[in-house]
Ligand binder design. Structure first.
Ligand SMILES: Cc1ncc(COP(=O)(O)O)c(C=O)c1O
Length: 387
């Protein structure tokens, strides 16, 4: 008899290490600086709008690719922010978070046997996203301390088999914000090889010290070949709402909408109504968001350095990559587990961000999307390490 087993695809990747660290943090009552979710409230206007939508009986399926008013609001905000017009009727697909946006887009555009270029260290979903689409991920390393790529190395990764490249800027886990020159190099190769760029821009509004997010779609030649991915999750501190979207050419959007429809039908209808309110928040909201995250970043950098970690200063997003060699750890997984169980602070082992685990063996990632008091409490626990 044929054995019962999971598919080769499912067997070829592991469970999320980040979500595993969250479970370990809960078990040990540790402060969770592993998974990137805020421990503070989202804007009151969003809560009010979500509750009002439920009370107004907006509780049935929205249009599968997104409520009309939410798509219009997302398109208007994108044009207001980046000066690029987006047609909400043909270029937008609302999804269950940026996670579903990424996998729907890759499944819609990439065929089995194709290759998808992924920068590493990476956000851990991208490899499985490519594999579930039947594609092979092809990794290009971002080198510390600035997390730059070697242009020749990137060029060598492109070939006739390359169908896509995944770009996450501002970047998780490194905090890197890709420069215009770097984006131009990527765009040149995408145009040369006729490759689609899947851009995860979920941290677009969290940039520090004068850095600015530049969407790849704004570069020459990239308009028809970029799928820009975003979500309410991080910018509005509602990671549990699961509302995201893709912006792409009408042709690519048509494919994404079909895959999305059969994967999930649609994102939560009342929360899309609250999303309309989110898209209408004034510029001051984003300025305040970045200023508050800058304060958290600086506090956390000080805490980690004081506790003996070598830090790589992030200029975007809300994570700090560290090096733990000086602390006497030579295995990141053991270090993360020990810190969670003994010190009571959860982080993410660096190896989970690399295709070759050895590249992350001396690294740990800490998130700082927490109240200042939570970060200070984590600081007190980490300081005890040195005593
Ligand atoms: C780079 C990146 N993309 C996507 C996600 C997940 O986004 P969402 O909650 O909208 O699915 C995260 C969450 O940590 C992330 O860091």
């Amino acid at each position: 008899m044929r054995e019962l087993r999971v598919s080769r695809k499912a067997a070829s990747f592991t469970e999320s290490v980040i979500r595993d660290m969250t479970r370990l943090a809960l078990k040990h009552g540790a402060i969770n600086l592993a998974q990137g979710f805020p421990d503070f409230a989202c804007p009151q206007e969003l809560k009010d709008a979500a509750k009002a939508a439920i009370d107004a009986d907006l509780n049935q399926y929205a249009i599968t690719w997104g409520a009309q008013n939410f798509r219009e609001a997302v398109a208007q905000k994108f044009e207001r922010t980046y000066g690029v017009a987006v047609d909400p009727n043909t270029q937008l697909c609302v999804t269950c978070g940026s996670t579903e946006a990424m996998i729907s887009a890759i499944m819609a555009i990439v065929d089995p046997g194709d290759e998808v270029i992924v920068f590493e260290p990476f956000y851990e979903n991208y490899g499985p996203d490519a594999i579930l689409s039947g594609a092979a991920p092809r990794y290009v390393t971002l080198h510390e301390p600035d997390w730059t790529f070697d242009e020749a190395e990137l060029a060598a990764a492109f070939s006739q088999r390359t169908r896509g490249i995944i770009l996450n800027t501002p970047n998780n886990p490194t905090g890197k914000v890709f420069s215009r020159a770097e984006l131009e190099a990527i765009a040149r190769l995408c145009v040369k090889w006729n490759v689609v760029a899947f851009t995860d821009e979920i941290y677009e509004h969290m940039t520090y010290e004068g850095q600015r997010h530049i969407p790849l779609v704004t570069l020459p030649g990239m308009e028809e070949r970029t799928v820009a991915i975003n979500a309410l999750s991080k910018t509005y501190s509602v990671t549990g709402w699961r509302v995201g979207w893709t912006i792409s050419s009408p042709e690519l959007t048509g494919g994404i909408r079909k895959v999305h429809d059969f994967l999930t039908v649609g994102a939560a209808a009342p929360l899309q109504e609250a999303g309309v309110v989110a898209m209408g928040l004034p510029d001051s909201y984003y300025e305040m968001l970045a200023a508050e995250y800058l304060e958290r970043r600086d506090l956390m950098l000080g805490i980690l350095e004081g506790a003996g970690f070598k830090t790589y200063k992030p200029y975007g997003a809300y994570y700090i990559m560290t090096d733990i060699s000086a602390l006497g750890f030579d295995d990141d997984v053991a270090a993360a587990r020990t810190l969670t169980a003994d010190a009571g602070v959860a982080s993410v082992p660096g190896s989970s961000f690399y295709s070759r685990p050895e590249l992350g063996r001396t690294k740990l990632r800490f998130s700082f999307c927490k109240k200042l008091e939570t970060l200070r409490a984590a600081g007190a626990r980490l300081a005890a390490l040195r005593r």
